[in-house]
Design a protein around this ligand. Structure first.
Ligand code: HEM
Length: 193
């Protein structure tokens, strides 16, 4: 029996997010410390375009999850606190089983929530570059343009440190779930078989 695990909008949002964030981190590191013969101007322009696409995609995701009410499936909310204990016991090999957490476990939810917040913060930190006439006013709460550079660097390091974890779990945990992020569907044995 085929079950729709990831509807089309979720898959489109996911792959746009994955591509733009990977591109932003790679080109951001290049812009921070250029090397070789690559064009700085092209890198800067495509980096900006990827950032705009990421932020538009993020607003699309926020709209989709609010309208469908499914945000509790991916965001870490106060209701998830009691699940942390069993999750850590399972993750630290203290127990062999864990309760059914729904679509994502509390660890995944913390990661997805932090990624969303990091992308929102990066979008806000980019505003002074889009509105140079208000740059002083927009950048002051973030420590000026110097502070913003540190924020971008920190966000890039955060993604670099956490994406491998997501890839490791996506590629090793359950091949059917990985395939579902492409096709949308997962094959489920009917109950009783
Ligand atoms: C920067 C890169 C990436 C980011 C920011 C990212 C982000 C996310 C997010 C937010 C979700 C939750 C999606 C939802 O239900 O709406 C998710 C799920 C998922 N991602 Fe990624 N992703 C990235 C790269 C990848 C790549 C390269 C793969 C495959 C090799 C992948 C495979 C998956 C799978 C299989 C799930 C579902 C996990 C499950 O059902 O347990 N992701 N990802």
């Amino acid at each position: 029996m085929k079950l729709l695990l990831h509807p089309l909008p979720v898959r489109i949002f996911h792959w746009i997010m994955a591509l733009t964030i990977s591109y932003l981190v790679a080109t951001g590191l290049y812009l921070h410390d250029p090397w070789g013969t690559l064009s700085y101007g092209v890198m800067r322009k495509t980096h900006t375009i990827a950032g705009i696409i990421l932020v538009l995609n993020l607003w699309g995701q926020i709209y989709y999850y609010l309208v469908t009410g499914k945000y509790t499936e991916i965001l870490f909310t106060p209701h998830d606190f009691p699940n942390l204990r069993s999750f850590f016991r399972y993750a630290l090999f203290i127990t062999e089983h864990h309760p059914n957490y729904g679509r994502y476990n509390p660890g995944q939810k913390v990661l997805f929530t932090c990624w969303g917040l990091a992308a929102l913060l990066a979008g806000a930190a980019a505003l002074p570059y889009f509105f140079p006439e208000y740059a002083d006013w927009l950048s002051r709460p973030l420590g000026g343009l110097g502070g913003i550079r540190i924020i971008f660097y920190g966000i890039a390091m955060f993604f670099l440190a956490t994406i491998p974890l997501h890839l490791y779990l996506a590629l090793t945990e359950e091949p059917a779930k990985l395939q579902a992020m492409f096709s949308g569907y997962i094959n489920k044995e009917p109950k009783g078989k």
